[in-house]
Design a protein around this ligand. Structure first.
Ligand code: PMP
Length: 394
């Protein structure tokens, strides 16, 4: 066999390999593991979407290649209508929107569309790894923008040296944010757009969690900011919005040159999504709300956060996303602490350092726990964590 390309050899294995191995071992040992690791909705896709899929799959037209220029008109009309209803943003479904096979591939391919060897990508730290890894695969260098508690986990754009900003091509943002659960204000998005325009950057907002929010809070879109159409693209996903992670569907909206560039690249790589999936997704975007799931996450969030606060581990409940970003209450590193919770409490959480050096000192706790009806698994997790923390304090 030939050796791997230099490009592929230089990148680390995908995140979570070590902790996944420990989890598998704990399960093999017969432990009752409470898995608060992966962020993957445990509730089924809403019935209305499944019914629309059953109908669409009967139509042989959906069995062939989707030969539309950027995704079926039915899907892109639904996606742009969803943007209008939700954010008041009006977009042209013909050249300001395109279908994605999940937002992950769209994010990855954007890096390939815009980064040449030697170019800079401005990457938040901590972050979902796809922005940085693909920028590096494309030959780019990454400049880290630390997300700190003091800054509400928003990057301090004024701290980016102007020679760095001048060399940069893409500013990556992700609000609502994974892993910190932070949200962006419209003022921050306006500042990011002004920054991108000043330095001729593409601003990308990964909005995979835009529809996962609680207590009446509505996360903003970067496309609501003045001038955003000149420099910004936003990626949305049906994965978290309608519990459709396995279906693989999302969309990109915004600046038409960026949409065109992404489409040019992708047309040479994939052949869009199964038409029945895009029809069912269109139906979901227009007709289905996921309120029951959001209400369940809200109750779980309160059980977890109230519970941890009550046992002396101070955490802040997120307004959006299904992640609690918790500062480690002991002197352990995040890897050691995650390992300790898994070994001693059979509770699986993700070490913050997996998302970047600025994630050290934190763990990410997900609210998407299988087998939980109404927060009882989270209550049990809190009870077990309490025992571990008491033992450490003794
Ligand atoms: N962005 C973020 C921040 C995510 O956490 C995820 C999935 N965990 C994605 C994008 C990708 O989601 P999908 O490809 O399912 O749309």
């Amino acid at each position: 066999m030939p050796t791997l390309s230099k490009r592929l050899s230089q990148i680390p294995p995908y995140l979570f390999t070590e902790i996944s191995a420990l989890k598998r071992q704990a399960l093999a040992d017969g432990k009752d593991v409470i898995d608060l690791g992966i962020g993957d909705p445990d509730q089924p896709t809403p019935e209305g979407v499944v019914a629309a899929m059953s109908e669409a799959i009967q139509n042989p037209e959906t069995h062939r290649y989707d030969e539309s220029p950027a995704g079926s008109a039915t899907f892109l009309n639904a996606a742009t209508e969803w943007m209008r209803r939700r954010f008041g943003v009006t977009l042209d479904p013909v050249d300001e929107a395109m279908l994605l096979i999940g937002s992950k591939e769209g994010l990855a391919h954007l890096a390939w569309a815009y980064i040449d060897p030697g170019d800079l990508s401005l990457i938040p730290d901590p972050a979902y790894p796809v922005y940085g890894i693909n920028s590096a695969l494309a030959g780019g260098e990454c400049f880290s923008m630390p997300l700190t508690e003091a800054n509400g986990f928003l990057p301090d754009l004024s701290a980016i040296p102007s020679d760095v900003a001048k060399r940069a091509r893409v500013l990556w943002l992700n609000y609502p944010n994974n892993p910190t659960g932070a949200v962006a204000t419209p003022e921050f998005f306006a500042e990011a757009v002004a920054f991108a325009r000043e330095y001729d950057l593409l601003a990308v907002n990964d909005a995979a969690y835009a529809a996962v929010a609680f207590d009446g809070y509505r996360p903003p879109s970067i496309l609501q900011s003045p001038g955003a159409r000149d420099c910004a693209i936003e990626l949305h996903s049906l994965s978290k919005t309608l519990n459709m992670t396995g279906w693989r569907i999302g969309f990109a909206v915004g600046n038409r040159d960026a949409i065109g560039a992404l489409n040019k690249l992708k047309s040479n790589i994939d052949s869009r999504q199964f038409g029945a999936i895009s029809q069912a997704a269109a139906h979901g975007l227009l007709n289905v709300e996921n309120d029951a799931t959001l209400e369940l996450y809200r109750r779980r969030r309160n059980v977890l956060c109230d519970g941890l606060n009550a046992i002396g581990w101070p955490v802040r409940p997120p307004q959006a996303t299904f992640y609690v970003w918790a500062r480690i209450p002991t002197r352990h590193s995040s890897r050691e602490f995650a390992r300790l919770l898994l070994e001693e409490a059979a509770v699986n959480v993700i070490p913050g350092s997996g998302y970047g050096t600025a994630g050290e000192g934190y763990v990410r706790i997900s609210l998407t726990v299988m087998g939980d009806c109404d927060g009882e698994r989270l209550a049990e997790a809190v009870r077990r964590i309490d025992l571990v923390l008491r033992r450490l304090a003794a």
